[in-house]
Write a protein that binds this ligand. Sequence first.
Ligand code: SF4
Length: 138
Amino acid sequence: MTPFICNHDGSCDDVRLCCAETEMTLTREDAERIDSLGYSRSEYLVREEDGFCELRNVDGFCYFYDTESKLCRIYEHRPEGCRYYPIVYHAKKRKCVTDGDCPSRSTVSRDEIRGVCHRVRRLIEKLQQEAATREGPC
Ligand code: SF4
């Protein structure tokens, strides 16, 4: 499943900002997929007070970001939200936009945003539902 591929233009070659200080939230399905690779949730997930489970940052980068190769160590299995980035849902505007922190955001076309927005909305709903019913650790 790769609904959107970031067509970055090289402006993030030095540091992949999307994997720095990440606040990416995972669904249960994301966590199960990553668990199956042999990772332990207590290593890579952090439970937020509101019930959301976010990727852990280590020294400023996502737990899965390899600072030497500048690649994601679980790319084929990465969380659904990472697959849509830099397309994100703007709750106040109630629409999908490109994240202002992404230096390559201008390479994303309106058609690309429109093409995945329904999936992004569905993902947000799922994350909210799971957070609301979550008891205990991630
Ligand atoms: S899981 Fe991979 S793509 Fe997602 S933030 Fe971490 S390193 Fe980046």
